[in-house]
Design a protein. Structure first.
Length: 277
């Protein structure tokens, strides 16, 4: 009989989730799969979906009234433009040992420190949309108030939706947002462009779309499973003087894919900094 995976979230105290949209909902699903009891959950969401409402029958507290009790952790998963109104009401949930984990894009630790009680332990993280299938990656940074125990708790909460990396400099989060946060859109654009190119080469549209989708998905899974780096995998597909080499000569030449993507990530990084103020 296979050993059961450890479920570190079973031991957590109460957990408050502000925002149960796509990313917040994905995290909620991941926590429940890792053993967190719905009875320990408080969800604050003005427009809850059916799945969240259904969890109230298992003990989840949805938009509770009355005086809040301090929570072990608070996860902020609302849209950044709603933060000035949505974050301050969390103050009653913040106790001396409460961890606040924010996955809002653009909202800095400094913003959160001003919106919450003095001395609050805060972790800011940037996940991405493959979190919806448990294959995301999050990059996190902590303020000086976060203890080793709280850092582990933040890591456990984020691990429910994929892999976790840590950085020591919050300024790097802008580049993280541009690379991995926005990155799924770049991959989906690649599939779109491959479909259009296939159609232009004479393939039926539905066949071109299937070929592009499966090629991108399969190549991503190969990269995920392989011990080889991306450059080596690319080289393994490329025979000298062959069809792939002919395509890569254009894609890797002046003004090609490398240069365009570098400029794209730089543009997204600049925009992230602008949004953060």
């Amino acid at each position: 009989m296979a050993a059961r995976k450890p479920q570190p979230l079973r031991a957590i105290g109460s957990l408050v989730l502000l925002g149960a949209g796509k990313m917040g909902g994905a995290m909620l699903d991941g926590w429940l799969a890792r053993g967190l009891s719905p009875k320990k959950l408080v969800v604050i969401e003005p427009q809850p979906g059916k799945s969240v409402k259904a969890l109230t029958r298992r003990g989840l507290k949805l938009n509770p009234k009355g005086t809040p009790a301090a929570a072990a952790a608070i996860v902020i998963a609302v849209k950044p433009q709603t933060a000035p109104a949505a974050v301050p009401p969390l103050k009653p949930y913040v106790g001396k040992s409460t961890l606040v984990l924010s996955i809002m894009a653009g909202r800095t630790i400094g913003f959160l420190e001003k919106s919450l009680p003095p001395g609050t332990a805060i972790v800011r993280a940037m996940p991405n949309t493959p979190a919806a299938i448990g294959r995301g990656i999050s990059v996190a940074v902590a303020n000086a108030k976060v203890s080793a125990r709280q850092r582990k708790l933040a890591g456990d909460l984020l691990a429910a939706i994929g892999k976790v990396e840590w950085v020591g400099d919050e300024a790097l989060i802008d580049a993280v947002t541009a690379l991995s946060g926005s990155g799924p859109a770049y991959v989906f654009l690649l599939a779109e462009a491959m479909t259009k190119a296939g159609i232009a080469a004479g393939l039926p549209p539905e066949l071109a779309a299937r070929l592009a989708r499966e090629t991108v998905a399969g190549s991503g899974e190969l990269l995920h499973r392989s011990d080889l780096d991306a450059a080596t995998l690319r080289q393994n597909v490329t025979s000298p003087g062959g069809t792939t080499a002919a395509a890569l000569e254009l894609l890797m030449g002046p003004g090609g894919f490398d240069e365009l993507l570098t400029m794209a990530v730089a543009a997204a990084t600049r925009r992230s900094r602008e949004l953060a103020g």
